[in-house]
Design a protein around this ligand. Structure first.
Ligand code: ZN
Length: 165
């Protein structure tokens, strides 16, 4: 059975996800499903709420190497930002320019319960910030001006409708 990626309008995407209190078989199962869904969707990152699980788990594809991070936190970011076109697997078919920090330092826990640090720059820093946002119920469209957001979501809904027809 394929794993469905939740899309815009699904309330799970707006919830603040819960931290994991223990790393058990269930957490491993969720993480495996997330990696599978990310690969199938050709994404470079995915957050648990995107498969309907309101838990603080993200997966990242760092140049073909998969990282599973539990309870991840951004502990440092650069002052410098950059504006780049960005999209989201949960809002497929539309993109917009979003300003994000150029570099981030992420800390999380692996499935083996080991602390892990990842320093990302450019695209990876962007993916990290985007996925952490998902854990806080934030979507990239939230950074757009109201007018830009309206027109982007209009385009998104039109494309979704076309796809369903
Ligand atoms: Zn996303």
């Amino acid at each position: 059975m394929s794993i469905e990626i939740r899309t815009y309008g699904d309330s799970v995407l707006r919830r603040v996800a819960d931290p994991l209190t223990k790393i058990d078989a269930e957490a491993k199962r969720i993480a495996e499903k997330m990696v599978e869904a990310m690969i199938r969707a050709n994404g470079i990152g995915l957050a648990a709420p995107q498969i309907g699980v309101s838990k603080r788990i993200i997966v990242l594809d760092l140049n073909g190497e998969f990282h599973i991070l539990l309870n991840p936190e951004i502990i440092e970011t650069s002052q410098e930002s950059e504006e780049i076109v960005e999209g989201c697997l949960s809002i497929p078919g539309v993109n917009a320019e979003v300003t994000r920090k150029l570099r981030t330092h992420l800390r999380g826990i692996t499935l083996d319960e080991k602390p892990v640090d990842i320093e990302g720059e450019g695209l990876m820093a962007r993916a990290i910030q985007h996925e952490i946002d998902h854990l806080n119920g934030v979507l990239f469209v939230d950074y757009l001006s109201p007018a830009r957001r309206r027109s982007l979501l209009k385009e998104y809904h039109r494309k979704q409708k076309e796809k369903d027809e």
